[in-house]
Design a binder for this molecule. Sequence first.
Ligand code: AMP
Length: 177
Amino acid sequence: MVDEYHLVHLSTGDIFRQNIGKKTDLGKKAKEYMDNGKLVPDFITIDMLRKEIKNHSATHGFLFDGFPRTIKQAESLDKLLLNLNQKISMMISIEVSEAELVKRLLKRGEESDRADDQDENIIFNRIAIYKKETEILKSYYENQNKLFSVNGEQSIGNVKEQIFTLINLYKVESKIK
Ligand code: AMP
């Protein structure tokens, strides 16, 4: 997606992990929450994202990954983008069953050094928090006609193709409007 559509990829999880690696103040603050599968508090996450967006103000567009995860984050993002005369174009929800999700995370835990993927209890905690705080964002974006869902239990190639088709359609339609 980044190559095809010339986007800047902002993954809040990746940025937190880089900060933990470099032992920055932000990394120290985030680590405790991440290790327990909890969300890093909104004010820390939003402040970090605001700086990242500012650092890439000349970009053609952003691919936000793992953000927003709460209504507060989504509302702050809308405000931030409005100030830049930008807006969210699409929210793509990759749908995977809970059993498959747990299987994939545990497999990633074996292949990476992510401690939060190696412990089933932390994974269940993350899923519970997703249901409590994040899932509602589907309605938030659906109400704005921005929600698009893709079945994530297909081959990687098919998932990619369907996402690209959705984006290309969006591009054609937004030009017509
Ligand atoms: P991820 O790499 O997206 O799986 O995120 C790993 C962890 O980073 C999450 O379990 C949270 O602890 C933290 N994190 C990442 N993105 C956010 C966010 N938008 N809001 C709060 N915490 C986040």
